[in-house]
Write a protein that binds this ligand. Sequence first.
Ligand SMILES: Nc1ncnc2c1ncn2[C@@H]1O[C@H](COP(=O)(O)OP(=O)(O)OP(=O)(O)O)[C@@H](O)[C@H]1O
Length: 231
Amino acid sequence: MLKVDNLSLKYGQSQILFDVSLVAKRGEITTLMGNNGVGKTSFLKAIAGRHPYSAGKLEVDGTHLSHPSAFAAARAGIAYVPQGREVFPLMTVLENLETGFACLPKSEHVIPDEIFALFPVLQEMQARRGGDLSGGQQQQLAIARALVTRPKVLLLDEPTEGIQPNIIQQIGDALQQLRGKGEMAILLVEQNADFAYGNADQIYVMERGTMKLDVHKSEISKASLLEHLSL
Ligand SMILES: Nc1ncnc2c1ncn2[C@@H]1O[C@H](COP(=O)(O)OP(=O)(O)OP(=O)(O)O)[C@@H](O)[C@H]1O
């Protein structure tokens, strides 16, 4: 479980996040929504150790992480699939996956079969360069690379952005399979309301750097969620 308490973040003098709290439970998909620029990416970056937070508390499965570096966050079980994917274009698919080994002990330098079961296209394309894959395939590779680290918490930043519908469906299916295994907490930042609502268990909405809504999907219709987002 990921627990974030009262997290604040600044870029220089400009404060972007104000006391933001969130819980993402194991075996659930927690969806974070909000309009452009409200601070969703910054929030994920803080959790993943990509940008320092100025105040707040971060816990994974009850262990407090004090301002982790990106490496320390990965070692603690936090995997981050960034917006824009950040696939290494000149490395093969296999080499991209193997970069996930960096935070694992040598005995665990194995790509689990379940990763190719989730994304069969990556097995077929192991020897292709990352940069030669389609956008959708690159997104699958970015998720697979995160899974290589055997995370306790999987953070995904807009995985459907710019992706064609059939691949969006495959990504949704993969997330549901991961959810069903109950081994990790999944925190999904998403602007695609159908995908976000369709896959969510718990839904959070952020507005101008603060958390405005925290609700279980069973307690809100998609229509009223969209109303919150259009305010
Ligand atoms: N490196 C940075 N330096 C200064 N300001 C930044 C930096 N990164 C983001 N910001 C600002 O912080 C605010 C929040 O940005 P952030 O990317 O976290 O929002 P977001 O909700 O993820 O938006 P989007 O949906 O457009 O990705 C924006 O005003 C943005 O311009």
